[in-house]
Design a protein around this ligand. Sequence first.
Ligand SMILES: [Zn+2]
Length: 89
Amino acid sequence: MHLGRCPRCGGDLHCHSVSYFNTEAICCDCKTEQRQLPGFAAAQAAEEAAVAGGNLNFPGVGLTSSDRDMMAQLIAARHSKVGGKAESG
Ligand SMILES: [Zn+2]
């Protein structure tokens, strides 16, 4: 089973979920990290409000430029960690 690559960090989607911000299928690392983004609370609230209102296809509020900046920093920090966890494919 091959699900492709995470659109955010390029990692394998061995473990994936859908972002609160949009409809991208992202990896679990990105899902964890997106909780740190400045817009996360609002994105989650909007998603939950939409679902509560019966809109199960809510496309998300999208990522602001500050969210994207933070995400890029988090992904860069993750990739800069060198040591035991080498890419094994
Ligand atoms: Zn990712």
